[in-house]
Ligand binder design. Structure first.
Ligand code: PNS
Length: 166
């Protein structure tokens, strides 16, 4: 990689919805990347079914990082490495919360590198207060009427309650 190249990092995921843990990872990535593309994967591109539509997830992430011009929000279908090539990005950022994340993340990092050799995956560890946090737990707590105020931004919390009440 040339010294002067703009360092573009892609932070891919489901973000269903974006949590304080995701926000923490994006802010850490901004310490070494010039631009962070938060890339929301379409359902066809992964195994999970979602609560929010991809458009809603994108909107929530845009609201969250409205004050950060170095964060771009995008959506993608198909292979992540193809999206990375299109965007001339050579870094994938992923958060590692616990040992249980490791096997899946290790496999994806190796496979992405096999698919496109110039791509590198960087693992970031979130603040310890987010190490137990996941979007799926947040969805479940909200659906059962619990308070998710500590785990997501206020606007996301509001949308979760509206969604789970409807
Ligand atoms: O937040 P998630 O759900 O753990 O994110 C998983 C994601 C979207 C990063 C992964 O499913 C993915 O990269 N999907 C794109 C399809 C792809 O490239 N698959 C091969 C990965 S080795």
């Amino acid at each position: 990689m040339s010294e002067n190249r703009r360092r573009v990092a892609i932070y891919p995921g489901s973000f269903d919805p974006i949590t304080r843990g995701h926000e923490d990872i994006v802010r850490r990535a901004l310490t070494f990347a010039d631009q962070v593309i938060v890339a929301v994967a379409h359902t066809a591109t992964q195994r999970k079914q979602g609560l929010f539509s991809v458009a809603e997830r994108v909107e929530m992430i845009r609201e969250t990082f409205a004050d950060e011009p170095r964060v771009e929000v995008a959506e993608f279908t198909g292979l992540l490495v193809e999206f990375a090539k299109e965007r001339d990005a050579h870094l994938i950022v992923r958060g590692l919360r616990a040992v249980s994340d490791f096997e899946y993340e290790f496999q994806m990092a190796l496979m992405n590198h096999k698919l496109w050799e110039p791509i590198e995956t960087v693992f970031l560890v979130p603040d310890v207060q987010y190490s137990f946090l996941s979007a799926s737990l947040v969805r479940e707590i909200a659906a059962l009427g619990g308070d998710v105020g500590d785990f997501v931004a206020p606007a996301v919390r509001e949308r979760l309650y509206r969604k789970t009440r409807s």
